[in-house]
Design a protein around this ligand. Sequence first.
Ligand SMILES: Cc1cc2nc3c(=O)[nH]c(=O)nc-3n(C[C@H](O)[C@H](O)[C@H](O)COP(=O)(O)O)c2cc1C
Length: 185
Amino acid sequence: MSDVVILSCSPSQHSKTAKLGEHVAFELRRLSITSTVLSLRDLPAAPLLRGDLEHPTLAAARHQVAEARGIVIATPIFKAAYSGLLKVFLDVLPQYALTGKVVLPLATGGSLAHVLALDYALRPVLQSMAPLNVLPSLFLLDKTLLHSNGTDLCRESLTDLDATLLRFRLALPPAESIWHDQAVA
Ligand SMILES: Cc1cc2nc3c(=O)[nH]c(=O)nc-3n(C[C@H](O)[C@H](O)[C@H](O)COP(=O)(O)O)c2cc1C
C-alpha cells in the first residue's frame, strides 16, 4: 500500500488535472513518499452511482484510501465547485474515512473568480470525514498549466506546488498511526 493516494477527479479523457496528479506522484517519489494515482473516471460508473459498496473495484479503491496516510485531491473546478465525480466517490467512503489522515486539496480552474471554491465547497465536506488536517488548498489556472504544445506541464506555473508538497510531506502522520481496521459504513 502507498503512503499517499492521489485522487484524480476529472471526467475528461485529456485532463489537465490528471497530468497534475501524475506530476504530484512524480514529485512525491522524489521526496521518498510512495503514492498511487486513483483515477476516478476509470472506476465503474454504475456501481459508483448506485453506491454498490460490494463491487470489487470500488472495494479496492476504498481500501487504498483507508490504508493511506495522506490524500491529495486533484479536481477541476466545474460550475464554481469541485467535480461531481469527486462527490460521488466521497459518498461511497465511510463517514469517517479520513480519520488520522492529512489531506491536500488541489484544483485546476479557468477563472480566478473561483479560487476559493475548494475552501467554501470542498473543505466542509472533508472536515465532516474527520481528517487529522486539511492543508491550505492550491488553485492552478488552467491556461498557465500546460506549455503551448498542450501536453507538457509548464514548470514555471508549478513553483507554488513544490512548496505545497514539501509542507504536505512534513505534515504526514507516521505510518503506525493509521487505523487499519476502519469501520466500513
Ligand atoms: C463544464 C465545465 C464547467 C467549468 N466551470 C468552471 C468554473 O465554474 N470555474 C472555473 O474556474 N473553471 C471552470 N471550468 C474550467 C475547468 O475547471 C478547467 O479548464 C480545468 O482545468 C479542466 O480540468 P480537466 O482538463 O482536468 O477536466 C469549467 C470547465 C467545464 C468543462
